[in-house]
Design a protein around this ligand. Structure first.
Ligand code: KIV
Ligand code: NA
Length: 273
């Protein structure tokens, strides 16, 4: 039960041991994931949609990320914690980018940060890595670029786009990333990238050949309402469990069967009678 580090992840890639990863945004969920042996926990900017109710990840701020990262890391002993750099937090200037990255590590207590994008973000990633902060890359469907991508859809289906993503992966590897998230790309492309870079690939909607797998916890546990993407396998139905519990509570309170004596306090005098 040793703490997972960048060396552990590298070793997993070399020995072929699959890496398990999930998202968390709060203390209790992080604790459950950590105790369940999940190797990597991502404080994703998906928190914008999953726990803050926004339509996209774009409104998520650095303050949001630091706040949730602090809660998550308080609950984690073993897992490797990564925190997302939110929209525009690495695009304005070197100075603000470095300050923002530092906040997730120094205030948030994360072990690494994740940045969306290819060749265009490689120089800034190199600076962050040189400052001593492990960086995770993120290619394929990159939700912060949604207005350019024109929708949440698979990326790299045609040869030209696939080549570009492969080149991005190589460039990010050279910039010093310690792992690479591949989101919504064809299995063949994910396999190709996984075989051609020395750092672990973590897939989501990227098929079976990546070195590891990540999902949004709320999706795979059935807490998220509404549309569930094709690549999500649902492992529990927490939504239903919660609704059943709540229905019973409403029934009990309305019928007067809760609270009963068993859940109530009395004065000392009366207790002695
Ligand atoms: O924010 C997030 O949850 C992510 C994963 C989907 C990789 O970036
Ligand atoms: Na994200």
């Amino acid at each position: 039960n040793e703490k997972i580090t960048v060396s552990t992840l590298k070793k997993y890639k070399q020995t072929g041991k699959k890496i398990t990863a999930l998202t968390a945004y709060d203390f209790p969920t992080a604790k459950i994931l950590d105790e369940s042996g999940i190797d990597m926990i991502l404080v994703g900017d998906s928190l914008g949609m999953v726990v803050l109710g926004y339509e996209s990840t774009l409104p998520v701020t650095m303050d949001d990320m630091v706040h949730h990262t602090k809660a998550v890391t308080r609950g984690v002993k073993r897992s490797f914690v990564m925190a997302d750099m939110p929209f525009m937090s690495y695009s304005i200037s070197k100075e603000t980018t470095m300050q923002n990255a530092a906040r997730l590590i120094a205030e948030g207590n994360a072990q690494s940060i994740k940045i969306e994008g290819g060749c265009e973000v490689a120089p800034i990633i190199k600076l962050i890595v040189d400052a001593g902060i492990p960086v995770i890359g993120h290619l394929g469907l990159t939700p912060q670029y949604i207005n350019q991508l024109g929708g949440y859809k698979i990326q790299g289906k045609d040869m030209e786009k696939a080549k570009k993503i492969m080149k991005d992966a190589k460039t990010l590897e050279e910039a010093g990333i310690c792992a690479l998230v591949l989101e919504c790309v064809p299995s063949e492309l994910a396999k190709d990238i996984t075989e051609n870079i020395s750092i672990p690939t973590i897939g989501i909607g990227a098929g079976p050949y990546c070195d590891g797998q990540i999902l949004v916890t709320h999706d795979m546990l059935g807490i998220t309402q509404g549309h569930r993407p094709k690549f999500v396998k649902q492992y529990a139905n927490i939504d239903e469990i919660m609704k059943n519990g709540l229905k019973n509570y409403v029934n009990d309170v309305e019928s007067g069967s809760f609270p009963s004596k068993e859940h109530s306090f009395t004065t000392e005098k009366r207790e002695n009678k």
